[in-house]
Structure formats: structure tokens, C-alpha cells
Design a protein around this ligand. Structure first.
Ligand SMILES: Cc1ncc(COP(=O)(O)O)c(C=O)c1O
Length: 363
């Protein structure tokens, strides 16, 4: 093909998703695999969300409401914000993309941790801007080092807390000091995809900063605790002036009808949320104990996944687990060739993972 592709587009690395069950089973000729690789909800979707989707199926010949009136209003009520503070996305990925399209141009710099969620680098490069990556320090976002990387060309900082793939969070006082030192033209994006799983109260919360009128964008999602990853719905909380700009580049019907209805129903499904948190927290405790008993180093987590080190190349362990129908996430592409990430599953899935790992490691 002779079409000219701009160099900044060619510099974008391909996104590496978790391996789907179907692919693993096709490649290996096995059945009954379990996927603990994409931090999804182990209980499935909220039953109320399923019911809501069923109820609206006959209406899918209609376009959805462009701004997601009902969902936006409900979220605003819960977060003690106004609908003008909220933009919905086709997953929070979509909000990250809108931020890049609306605010970045060639020559700008965007500060982010290395490793961090791959979409930050993708949208930065797609805009012709430059990702400035700051290594984690002892598996935590290094705010002092990030502050040291700010230049007059910096336009955005992506900060993921709880952090994927390590599960660590940033300290509130350190974050507030960092925010105070940010130049006025820099947008701080706090990606809180996993915030609902955090167990220790008192961690930073973007809603509080947005309520106080700070120049912060918080990113949240229905993909994790609400169990709607396949429908793709997320949201951003931000100053109304930023929301107004994002709405200029937002695709008019970016959140589909089923996703909007499901999200409204899931938001009110307290029973499902409580059960999800109970199962995930019990699963975290079980897995932490089990990995410790196998002699493996595992970080404490504020999320629904665990980050742990294995005593031989993690890629091999990953492949051997695949042979046993257990899909986890290898982290070499994140710069951690000795670590794996496992999402918390249902109790029987967690036990199966531990048993398979024990066999693979021969311990
Ligand atoms: C840190 C982080 N941010 C954002 C996302 C994107 O989530 P969504 O499904 O809402 O696009 C993920 C998904 O895994 C994530 O881990």
C-alpha cells in the first residue's frame, strides 16, 4: 500500500489486550478455561442491568440520547456534582481519546508513569504529542519525579490510582502538593477505573477535587465493579468548561442505548455492588495468602487484581498456565518480565488458578 502514514501514527504501539478464552481454547484444543486477565467482574453483569437491556431491545432502531441525560443526571446526584460536570464515554478509553483530540497538538508533552495504562501513550502519540514517561518508584507513581519532568510544553499529566498493573495508590497529601505545583495550562487526569475496590478510606478522590473547582479530570468506568465491560460505558468528571470542550469532539451517539440503560440500572443495584466487593475482597485475601504460601512476593492491592513475582521467566509461567486453561496477564510489555497480574475471580476460579500455579512452579 502506498498511502502515506504520518510518522507519529506509525510510532503508536499496538494495544495488547488480555487473551480471550475463545482464542486460547482454539489454539490449544482445550475447553473449560478461565480468564483472570482483564480485571472484569467475577460475578458477571448486574442482574438489574441485564433486565434493563432486555427491556429496551425492541427499541434499538432508535438513536440513543446524545448526552445520556438520565445516566448523567444520576451520576451527578451520586457524586454531588451537576450534569455539566460529567461527560459519558464508550468506556473511559473514549474519554482519554477525547482529551487527546481536544487538548493535545504536535510538540506538546504529556507526563505519565512507566508502566501505565497503554491508552495514555496511544492518544498522546496519535495527537503528535510526546509521551514523557516517568518510571515507578518501588511500584508506586513517583510524583516528585513527575513534577521534575514538567516543562513549558507540558499540557497533560495522566495519573492512574489505584495503579494498573501494580494495585498501588498515591498518597493524598503528596498528590495535593503535586496539584498545587502544576502550572495553570496543565490538565491533571486522575484515572480511577478501580477506585471502588479501594479498601482503605482516605485515598484521593477526583470528585472531591472537581467539586472544589480544581482543574482535574477524573475517569471512572462501568467496566469493573459494575460488570459492564462488554457494553462499553465510562465517564469523566471535570470542570464544566472542560466538559464543554470535550463535547465538541465527542461522537454524538458515543454511548449506545443498551449501555446507557444498563448503566442506570447497575448504578442502583446496591445488592450486586455489595456482593461484588465482598467476593473481590475475600478473593484478594485468599489469593494473597495462597501466593504467600507458595513463597511468592505479592504487593498489597487496592484493586481487583494482584501483582506478583514468579521465580522463573513469567512468560513461561503464563504459557504453562494457558496449557492448563488458566489465563492471567504477563507483564513483560509493561517492563516486568518476572511478574504476572491475576484478576480476582470467583472462589472456585481462584482455587483453580492457585492449584495450576503450584503445578507449574513445582512448589
Ligand atoms: C487503568 C485503566 N484505565 C482505563 C481503563 C479502561 O476502561 P474502560 O473499559 O472504561 O474503557 C482500564 C481498563 O482496563 C484501566 O485498567
Amino acid at each position: 500500500m502506498t498511502f502515506k502514514v504520518p510518522d507519529h501514527i506509525l510510532s503508536i504501539p499496538a494495544y495488547v489486550p488480555g487473551k480471550p478464552i475463545e482464542e486460547v481454547e482454539r489454539e490449544r484444543g482445550i475447553r473449560g478455561s478461565i480468564k483472570l486477565a482483564s480485571n472484569e467482574n467475577p460475578l458477571g453483569p448486574s442482574p438489574k442491568a441485564i433486565e434493563a437491556v432486555r427491556g429496551i431491545l425492541a427499541g434499538v432502531h432508535r438513536y440513543p440520547e446524545s448526552g445520556g441525560f438520565e445516566l448523567t443526571r444520576r451520576l451527578a446526584g451520586r457524586l454531588k456534582l451537576t450534569p455539566e460536570h460529567i461527560v459519558l464515554g464508550n468506556g473511559s478509553d473514549d474519554i482519554i481519546a477525547m482529551l487527546g483530540t481536544a487538548y493535545l497538538q504536535p510538540g506538546n508533552e504529556v507526563v505519565m508513569a512507566r508502566p501505565s495504562f497503554q491508552m495514555y501513550e496511544i492518544v498522546t502519540r496519535a495527537a503528535g504529542a510526546v509521551p514523557v514517561e516517568v518510571p515507578l518508584k518501588a511500584f508506586h507513581n513517583d510524583l516528585a519525579a513527575m513534577a521534575a519532568k514538567l516543562t513549558p510544553r507540558t499540557r497533560m499529566v495522566f495519573l492512574n490510582t489505584p495503579h494498573n498493573p501494580t494495585g498501588t495508590i498515591v498518597n493524598r497529601a503528596e498528590l495535593e502538593a503535586f496539584m498545587a505545583a502544576l502550572p495553570a495550562e496543565v490538565i491533571l487526569v486522575l484515572d480511577e477505573a478501580y477506585i471502588e475496590f479501594a479498601r482503605t478510606p482516605g485515598g484521593p478522590d477526583s470528585a472531591e477535587y472537581v467539586r472544589a473547582g480544581r482543574p482535574v479530570v477524573g475517569l471512572r468506568t462501568f467496566s469493573k465493579v459494575y460488570g459492564l465491560a462488554g457494553l462499553r460505558v465510562g465517564y469523566g468528571l471535570m470542570p464544566p468548561a472542560v466538559a464543554e470542550v470535550l463535547n465538541r469532539v465527542r461522537q454524538p451517539f458515543n454511548v449506545n442505548l443498551l449501555a446507557q440503560k444498563a448503566a442506570v440500572a447497575a448504578l442502583d443495584d446496591d445488592e450486586f455492588l455489595d456482593e461484588t466487593l465482598r467476593v473481590v475482597h475475600a478473593g484478594v485475601d485468599y489469593l494473597q495468602r495462597a501466593l504467600g504460601a507458595l513463597g511468592l512476593e505479592c504487593l498489597p492491592t487496592h484493586s481487583n487484581f494482584l501483582f506478583f513475582r514468579v521465580p522463573k521467566p513469567a512468560r513461561e509461567v503464563f504459557e504453562d498456565l494457558l496449557d492448563r486453561g488458566v489465563i492471567v496477564r504477563p507483564l513483560a510489555s509493561y517492563g516486568y518480565p518476572e511478574h504476572l497480574r491475576v484478576s480476582v475471580g470467583r472462589p472456585e476460579e481462584n482455587a483453580r488458578f492457585v492449584e495450576a500455579l503450584q503445578q507449574v512452579l513445582g512448589v
